[in-house]
Design a protein around this ligand. Structure first.
Ligand code: THU
Length: 130
């Protein structure tokens, strides 16, 4: 199954009664498996989680370690950029050249690298303790 198909399918399972905005994400891990996530909102709004965060959690829980490619899809006029927090989360598990494809449900898409998604990323290399 393609990443686009996986993200499209999981998007339909999003729990988003507050924003009414469904997002799906699918990760191909370097180990070769596909992991998916959708946004899961909460009545205490900040407790909601993004689709990308869900897919990363599924990847780690599934025993895989790194992102080889990630696709995100939403029903929006233009491809929806990942939020700032998700950019940092993706960068934790993906090399700078990894492809991030942002899709709309009506067929538009935009391809970025992780480096383009989060220039100047804060990384472990910035800490002298690691
Ligand atoms: N959302 C995502 O899941 N991923 C994104 O890249 C952008 C925003 C979710 C969070 C929230 O549930 C809803 O979309 C509206 O912000």
């Amino acid at each position: 199954m393609s990443l686009l198909t996986a993200a499209t399918e999981v998007r339909l399972r999003a729990y988003s009664p507050y924003s009414r905005f469904k997002v799906g994400a699918a990760i191909l891990s370097v180990e070769g498996r596909v992991h998916v996530g959708c946004n899961v909102e909460n009545v205490a709004y900040p407790e909601g989680t993004c689709a990308e965060a869900g897919a990363i959690a599924a990847m780690i829980a599934g025993g895989d370690t790194r992102i080889a490619e990630i696709a995100v899809i939403a029903d929006s006029p233009a491809p929806v950029p990942c939020c700032g927090g998700c950019r940092q989360k993706i960068a934790e598990f993906a090399d700078q050249g990894v492809r991030v494809t942002l899709h709309t449900t009506d067929g538009k898409s935009k391809v970025l690298t992780v480096a383009e998604l989060l220039p100047g990323v804060f990384s472990a290399a910035h800490m002298d303790k690691i």
